[in-house]
Design a protein around this ligand. Sequence first.
Ligand SMILES: [Zn+2]
Length: 81
Amino acid sequence: MELCGECSMLKQRLRRVNDHYVRLIFEQDRMTRDGNTRTGDFENVMQEAQNRLISAGLELLAHQKSHEALSRPKTRTAGQL
Ligand SMILES: [Zn+2]
């Protein structure tokens, strides 16, 4: 599949959001081990990060689907390359 500028942009964003989420998981783990039970706000932050991760993933998938549609032009018959 061909990658365009938007692909790499979306991938970079997905990676950034993912890294951020992973850091939050470690942070939460540490807070729990430290016996910090006031994690209510933190859970909201994590939920938000999770939502961002999901939407970044979905956006990349949707974008790549549009590539697939473009890479199958009706004018070119398969096997004629
Ligand atoms: Zn693309």
